[in-house]
Design a protein around this ligand. Structure first.
Ligand SMILES: Cc1cc2nc3c(=O)[nH]c(=O)nc-3n(C[C@H](O)[C@H](O)[C@H](O)COP(=O)(O)O)c2cc1C
Length: 187
C-alpha cells in the first residue's frame, strides 16, 4: 500500500483519469487499529495538502484544523472522543470556521459539508500513503476545545484518528446500486 503514492501522475487540464486515484477510492476503508510508528513530517505535509485541496462553498474555505501528534496530547484528546478506537499516532481535529460564513445561513450549513469534503481528501491521501484513518463524530467538543485552545468561532465537527494500520482493514458492505441510484428521474 505504501507504494501507491510513488505512481502519482502530474495533474494537467487535459490529463486522463488517473487509475491510481480510482484504486485508492475503491480500496479505502476506515482503520481503527494503529501501530506505534509515527507519521513523519513529509507524510503530514502530503495529508495537509490533500486536506486543503478540497472544494468549498464560494471558495470560503471556512475551516480550520488542528494536527495533534504529541503522544500525551493524543491520549488526552482520545479520552474526550469515545468514538475513537485504538491508539492513533496522529489526530486531526476538523472545525468549521464560523467567522468566514458571516450571517449567511446557507454558507453556514454548507461549511460542515466543506469540512467533510476536506476530511474525505485527507482519508484518501492517508490511504494512498499506506496510512489508515477514521472520521469520528462521537466526541465532546467543549473539553477538546479547552484542551487544544480552540477559540469560540471554530466549531469542531470531526476528529480523525490516523496512523499506520496494525492489520488489514476490512471492507464494509455497501447498499446495492439498484437500491440507491436512479437515472434521469427517481421513478
Ligand atoms: C460522519 C461520520 C461519523 C463517523 N463516526 C464514527 C465514530 O464515531 N466512530 C467510528 O469508529 N467510526 C465512525 N465513522 C466511520 C464509519 O463507521 C465508517 O465509515 C462506516 O462504517 C463505513 O466503513 P468504511 O468507511 O470502511 O467503508 C464515521 C463516519 C462518518 C462519515
Amino acid at each position: 500500500m505504501r507504494g501507491m503514492a510513488d505512481n502519482t501522475l502530474p495533474v494537467t487540464a487535459s490529463a486522463p483519469p488517473v487509475p491510481d486515484a480510482l484504486e485508492v477510492i475503491r480500496t479505502r476503508s476506515v482503520v481503527r487499529d494503529y501501530t506505534a510508528e509515527p507519521v513523519d513530517d513529509a507524510a503530514v505535509d502530503t495529508l495537509l495538502e490533500a486536506l486543503l485541496a478540497a472544494p468549498s462553498a464560494s471558495n470560503k474555505q471556512a475551516w480550520a484544523f488542528v494536527v495533534v501528534r504529541q503522544r500525551a496530547r493524543v491520549r488526552r484528546l482520545r479520552a474526550f472522543a469515545p468514538g475513537v478506537i485504538g491508539t492513533p499516532t496522529l489526530m486531526l481535529v476538523a472545525c468549521v470556521d464560523q467567522s468566514r460564513v458571516g450571517g449567511d445561513p446557507n454558507l453556514a450549513g454548507a461549511a460542515r459539508m466543506c469540512v467533510a469534503m476536506a476530511v474525505q481528501n485527507f482519508l484518501l491521501a492517508a490511504h494512498a500513503l499506506g496510512l489508515g484513518a477514521c472520521p469520528v463524530h462521537s466526541f465532546l467538543p467543549d473539553p477538546i476545545r479547552l484542551l487544544l485552545g480552540i477559540p469560540g468561532h471554530l466549531k469542531p465537527v470531526l476528529v480523525v484518528p490516523t496512523g499506520y494500520p496494525a492489520r488489514d482493514a476490512q471492507p464494509s458492505d455497501r447498499r446495492d446500486k439498484d437500491e440507491v441510484i436512479r437515472y434521469e428521474t427517481y421513478r
